[in-house]
Design a protein around this ligand. Structure first.
Ligand SMILES: Cc1ncc(COP(=O)(O)O)c(C=O)c1O
Length: 395
């Protein structure tokens, strides 16, 4: 039976950040949360069954990233991304954010510069700053409503303290799926400047029809050798709360250094249920994912038509991957004199809608809001109705 993504799911009362935290407006009304990047869809049946089977055993002692788990992941990379990786290259980490932080500690020193390309996932900024490293921003440039990397600007920014570049691929929040040409050009630039690349591919399975994801490590052995790829089943299969990821590190010296850091931080042992869930998902979850991508692609087609017709004063970036829409409020803000706080207040207090404010992704995100579309289409429709109310209040 194919999964029913239209069926609304009540997630309240599950200690959900999205549904149970900050979920009431000041007047006690329920806010529709379309901010946090998890999905309002049930996980694949094959994953629930595997978890139920595991839970039937009454002991939850220490676990390790088993051979089956590693094999399921490497086979997934081979099947889905046409990338042959060796099980030996894998380093377990309890999430992509912890892996990115460990890579910063392992491959840079305090005071070193790390490049990111905003607007981008905010924890990249904090991961660099919390560890006493320096953020170098190479903002994406928007051509129409399509973002590109500015490699000329990047080249000019690099100094003798620049050690690392963190790439978000596909890019949260602007939804770009980088092409092989773009990845090759970036990789070659990093080679010229001897930068280590940390490539966050957590959204790599969430690709819209008509686009193709390219794993950075599959571009060339040279690029793969200077790269720490961070991949995870958590966005793909909606199991973020189980916390799981693999870093793929081809270079043995880098792998040893990253493993040592992860051990030093005490992060080397996985949660038992995450191993069960990830192994089942990577082994048997392909069909479910295909159905999900079909549903999401149809949502994007519908959403783009609806949004453009209903909100001529707002802009919309074309969604190539992730399940996040990047909405441009700048024209409305200029016309009404509203700043980001006022927009956020109108969304929350009038519309009862919580989106992610653009400045969370760096100053390059000012004037934008991010909307999570991974929910039944009727919920997206309700989100648009609420957005309309908020816009009317802004004037
Ligand atoms: C680009 C990106 N990286 C990492 C994460 C979080 O990963 P994890 O939960 O594995 O730490 C997210 C979650 O939204 C994300 O969008």
């Amino acid at each position: 039976m194919s999964p029913d993504f239209d069926h609304p799911l009540d997630r309240r009362g599950t200690d959900s950040i999205k549904w149970d935290l900050k979920s009431l407006a000041p007047d006690g009304r329920r806010i529709l949360p379309m901010w946090v990047a998890d999905m309002d869809f049930p996980i694949p049946d094959v994953v629930s069954s595997a978890l139920r089977e595991r839970i039937a055993h009454p002991v939850f002692g220490y676990s390790y990233p088993s051979d089956d788990h590693q094999e399921a992941f490497t086979a997934w990379q081979r099947r889905r991304n046409r990338w042959e990786i060796d099980r030996e290259w894998l380093v377990y980490a309890p999430g992509v954010t912890p892996a990115v932080r460990a890579a910063i500690l392992a491959f840079t020193e305090p005071g070193d510069e790390v490049v990111i390309q905003p607007p981008v996932y905010n924890p990249f900024f904090t991961a660099i700053r919390d560890n006493g490293r320096v953020v170098i921003e190479n903002p994406l440039v928007s051509v129409g409503h399509r973002y590109e990397m500015d490699l000329e600007h990047l080249n000019a920014q690099i100094t003798n303290r620049t050690r690392m570049l963190i790439l978000c691929s596909p890019h949260n929040p602007v939804g770009r799926v980088w092409t092989p040409n773009e990845l090759t050009a970036l990789g070659e630039l990093c080679e010229r400047h001897d930068l280590t690349i940390v490539c966050d591919e957590i959204h790599g399975d969430l690709i819209r029809d008509g686009h193709t994801f390219t794993a950075l490590g599959s571009i060339s052995a040279e690029i793969s050798n200077r790269t720490i790829i961070c991949a995870a089943p958590t966005k793909t299969f909606n199991i973020a709360g189980l916390a799981s990821s693999f870093a793929i590190v081809q270079d043995p010296r880098k792998r040893k250094a990253l493993s040592a850091t992860i051990e030093r931080l005490g992060m080397d042992l996985p949660n038992t249920l995450s191993v069960t869930a990830a192994t089942a998902a990577y082994t048997c979850g392909g069909e479910w994912l295909d159905a999900l991508l079909e549903y999401l692609s149809a949502t994007y087609d519908w959403f783009e038509r609806e949004f453009t017709a209903r909100f001529p004063r707002l802009g919309l970036c074309s969604i190539q991957g992730t399940y996040l829409a990047w909405l441009d409020f700048r024209e409305v803000m200029e016309a009404t004199g509203a700043d980001e706080t006022m927009v956020q207040r109108a969304l929350l207090d009038v519309g009862g809608l919580r989106l992610s404010e653009g400045s969370w992704f760096g100053s390059a995100g000012q004037g934008f809001q991010r909307m999570n579309l991974a929910c039944p289409r009727d919920v997206v429709r309700e989100g648009l109705d609420r957005l309309e109310l908020a816009l009317e209040a802004l004037g």
